[in-house]
Design a protein. Structure first.
Length: 193
Protein backbone atom coordinates (compact mmCIF):
# COMPACT_ATOMS: atom_id res chain seq x y z
CA UNK A 1 0.00 0.00 0.00
CA UNK A 2 1.16 3.51 -0.88
CA UNK A 3 1.40 5.96 1.95
CA UNK A 4 0.54 9.52 0.98
CA UNK A 5 2.30 12.46 2.52
CA UNK A 6 0.30 14.24 5.23
CA UNK A 7 -0.78 17.16 3.01
CA UNK A 8 -2.59 14.77 0.55
CA UNK A 9 -4.30 12.70 3.24
CA UNK A 10 -7.06 15.21 3.97
CA UNK A 11 -8.02 15.55 0.31
CA UNK A 12 -8.09 11.78 -0.22
CA UNK A 13 -10.04 11.08 2.94
CA UNK A 14 -12.54 13.91 2.28
CA UNK A 15 -12.84 13.28 -1.50
CA UNK A 16 -14.55 10.43 -3.33
CA UNK A 17 -11.46 8.31 -3.13
CA UNK A 18 -10.45 8.78 -6.80
CA UNK A 19 -6.98 7.61 -7.57
CA UNK A 20 -4.52 9.96 -9.22
CA UNK A 21 -3.84 7.63 -12.19
CA UNK A 22 -7.59 7.38 -12.89
CA UNK A 23 -7.96 11.17 -12.80
CA UNK A 24 -5.02 11.57 -15.20
CA UNK A 25 -6.52 8.99 -17.58
CA UNK A 26 -9.85 10.84 -17.53
CA UNK A 27 -8.20 14.15 -18.26
CA UNK A 28 -6.05 12.61 -21.00
CA UNK A 29 -9.11 11.07 -22.67
CA UNK A 30 -10.90 14.45 -22.57
CA UNK A 31 -7.85 16.21 -24.06
CA UNK A 32 -7.53 13.55 -26.78
CA UNK A 33 -11.22 13.96 -27.67
CA UNK A 34 -10.82 17.76 -27.89
CA UNK A 35 -7.76 17.36 -30.17
CA UNK A 36 -9.73 15.03 -32.47
CA UNK A 37 -12.63 17.51 -32.59
CA UNK A 38 -10.27 20.39 -33.46
CA UNK A 39 -8.54 18.29 -36.14
CA UNK A 40 -11.92 17.54 -37.71
CA UNK A 41 -12.80 21.27 -37.65
CA UNK A 42 -9.41 22.14 -39.18
CA UNK A 43 -9.93 19.58 -41.95
CA UNK A 44 -13.40 21.00 -42.70
CA UNK A 45 -11.99 24.56 -42.76
CA UNK A 46 -9.19 23.46 -45.12
CA UNK A 47 -11.79 22.01 -47.52
CA UNK A 48 -13.89 25.21 -47.34
CA UNK A 49 -10.78 27.36 -47.84
CA UNK A 50 -9.79 25.39 -50.94
CA UNK A 51 -13.33 25.75 -52.38
CA UNK A 52 -13.26 29.52 -51.70
CA UNK A 53 -9.84 29.83 -53.36
CA UNK A 54 -11.18 27.96 -56.41
CA UNK A 55 -14.21 30.28 -56.61
CA UNK A 56 -11.96 33.35 -56.34
CA UNK A 57 -9.63 32.08 -59.04
CA UNK A 58 -12.50 31.34 -61.44
CA UNK A 59 -14.00 34.80 -60.85
CA UNK A 60 -10.66 36.54 -61.44
CA UNK A 61 -10.12 34.63 -64.69
CA UNK A 62 -13.70 35.34 -65.82
CA UNK A 63 -13.36 39.07 -65.09
CA UNK A 64 -10.04 39.28 -66.99
CA UNK A 65 -11.47 37.31 -69.94
CA UNK A 66 -14.58 39.49 -70.13
CA UNK A 67 -12.44 42.65 -70.00
CA UNK A 68 -10.24 41.34 -72.83
CA UNK A 69 -13.25 40.36 -74.97
CA UNK A 70 -14.92 43.75 -74.43
CA UNK A 71 -11.67 45.54 -75.28
CA UNK A 72 -11.34 43.52 -78.48
CA UNK A 73 -14.98 44.13 -79.38
CA UNK A 74 -14.67 47.85 -78.79
CA UNK A 75 -11.53 47.91 -80.96
CA UNK A 76 -13.41 46.47 -83.92
CA UNK A 77 -15.19 49.22 -85.82
CA UNK A 78 -18.64 48.05 -86.82
CA UNK A 79 -21.08 50.01 -88.99
CA UNK A 80 -23.43 50.27 -86.01
CA UNK A 81 -20.74 51.95 -83.93
CA UNK A 82 -19.94 54.54 -86.60
CA UNK A 83 -23.58 55.65 -86.80
CA UNK A 84 -24.13 56.07 -83.05
CA UNK A 85 -24.50 59.66 -81.88
CA UNK A 86 -22.30 60.60 -78.96
CA UNK A 87 -23.67 63.01 -76.42
CA UNK A 88 -21.71 64.54 -73.54
CA UNK A 89 -22.39 62.93 -70.18
CA UNK A 90 -23.00 65.06 -67.16
CA UNK A 91 -23.50 64.22 -63.49
CA UNK A 92 -26.52 61.95 -63.00
CA UNK A 93 -26.53 60.77 -66.63
CA UNK A 94 -23.15 59.11 -66.14
CA UNK A 95 -24.67 56.04 -64.49
CA UNK A 96 -27.05 55.46 -67.43
CA UNK A 97 -24.34 55.32 -70.12
CA UNK A 98 -24.54 51.83 -71.60
CA UNK A 99 -21.35 49.80 -71.86
CA UNK A 100 -21.11 46.59 -73.82
CA UNK A 101 -21.49 44.96 -77.20
CA UNK A 102 -22.80 47.24 -79.95
CA UNK A 103 -22.05 50.41 -78.01
CA UNK A 104 -19.01 52.55 -78.69
CA UNK A 105 -17.11 52.58 -75.40
CA UNK A 106 -14.56 55.16 -76.59
CA UNK A 107 -16.39 57.84 -78.56
CA UNK A 108 -14.57 60.08 -81.00
CA UNK A 109 -13.38 63.28 -79.33
CA UNK A 110 -15.18 66.47 -80.23
CA UNK A 111 -15.36 69.96 -78.79
CA UNK A 112 -17.22 69.98 -75.47
CA UNK A 113 -16.94 66.21 -74.90
CA UNK A 114 -15.74 65.52 -71.36
CA UNK A 115 -13.12 62.95 -70.36
CA UNK A 116 -15.81 61.59 -68.00
CA UNK A 117 -17.52 59.84 -70.96
CA UNK A 118 -14.60 57.44 -71.24
CA UNK A 119 -14.53 54.11 -69.39
CA UNK A 120 -12.42 54.26 -66.23
CA UNK A 121 -9.22 52.75 -67.65
CA UNK A 122 -9.29 55.04 -70.71
CA UNK A 123 -9.97 58.06 -68.50
CA UNK A 124 -7.01 57.07 -66.30
CA UNK A 125 -4.78 56.79 -69.37
CA UNK A 126 -5.81 60.23 -70.68
CA UNK A 127 -5.25 61.79 -67.25
CA UNK A 128 -1.78 60.22 -66.93
CA UNK A 129 -0.80 61.47 -70.39
CA UNK A 130 -2.23 64.92 -69.58
CA UNK A 131 -0.18 65.12 -66.37
CA UNK A 132 3.07 64.08 -68.10
CA UNK A 133 5.73 66.63 -69.02
CA UNK A 134 6.31 64.96 -72.38
CA UNK A 135 5.37 61.97 -74.53
CA UNK A 136 4.89 58.63 -72.76
CA UNK A 137 5.25 55.02 -73.85
CA UNK A 138 2.78 52.28 -72.91
CA UNK A 139 5.32 50.72 -70.53
CA UNK A 140 5.54 54.04 -68.65
CA UNK A 141 1.76 54.38 -68.40
CA UNK A 142 0.98 50.86 -67.14
CA UNK A 143 2.36 51.26 -63.59
CA UNK A 144 0.86 54.77 -63.33
CA UNK A 145 -2.64 53.37 -63.87
CA UNK A 146 -2.10 50.67 -61.26
CA UNK A 147 -1.37 47.65 -63.44
CA UNK A 148 1.56 45.25 -63.10
CA UNK A 149 4.24 45.90 -65.76
CA UNK A 150 3.76 42.56 -67.54
CA UNK A 151 3.96 42.14 -71.30
CA UNK A 152 0.22 41.39 -71.53
CA UNK A 153 -0.77 44.52 -69.62
CA UNK A 154 1.64 46.69 -71.63
CA UNK A 155 0.28 45.34 -74.94
CA UNK A 156 -3.31 45.77 -73.76
CA UNK A 157 -2.56 49.35 -72.76
CA UNK A 158 -0.83 49.98 -76.11
CA UNK A 159 -4.05 48.84 -77.83
CA UNK A 160 -6.06 51.27 -75.71
CA UNK A 161 -3.60 54.06 -76.52
CA UNK A 162 -3.95 53.35 -80.26
CA UNK A 163 -7.75 53.43 -79.89
CA UNK A 164 -7.53 56.79 -78.12
CA UNK A 165 -5.35 58.05 -81.00
CA UNK A 166 -7.87 56.76 -83.60
CA UNK A 167 -10.69 58.52 -81.78
CA UNK A 168 -8.84 61.85 -81.45
CA UNK A 169 -8.14 61.87 -77.68
CA UNK A 170 -4.36 61.35 -78.03
CA UNK A 171 -1.66 61.76 -80.67
CA UNK A 172 1.27 59.55 -81.64
CA UNK A 173 3.66 61.82 -83.54
CA UNK A 174 6.55 59.41 -82.94
CA UNK A 175 5.75 55.68 -83.00
CA UNK A 176 5.12 54.47 -79.45
CA UNK A 177 5.19 58.00 -77.98
CA UNK A 178 1.76 59.27 -76.87
CA UNK A 179 0.68 62.83 -76.03
CA UNK A 180 -2.64 64.64 -75.72
CA UNK A 181 -4.19 65.64 -79.01
CA UNK A 182 -3.41 69.30 -79.68
CA UNK A 183 -7.06 70.03 -80.10
CA UNK A 184 -8.06 67.33 -77.59
CA UNK A 185 -9.12 67.21 -73.97
CA UNK A 186 -7.12 68.60 -71.12
CA UNK A 187 -5.17 71.23 -73.03
CA UNK A 188 -6.12 73.61 -70.21
CA UNK A 189 -5.42 70.93 -67.56
CA UNK A 190 -6.15 67.21 -67.18
CA UNK A 191 -9.52 67.60 -65.47
CA UNK A 192 -10.75 70.79 -67.07
CA UNK A 193 -13.19 69.11 -69.43
Amino acid sequence: MVTLPYFYRDEVEVGAMVSLPEELETREAAARQRVEELQAEAAELAVRLERARGDLSRLEITRETVAEVLAELSAAKTPVERDLPVEPVTGSEEASVPHGVGVMMVPPWREGLAVAVLPDVYRDIVEVVADAAGPLQAKQIVPRIGLPPTTGKIEGTRGKLKRLVERGWLEEDTPGQFTLARRGPGRDGPNSQ
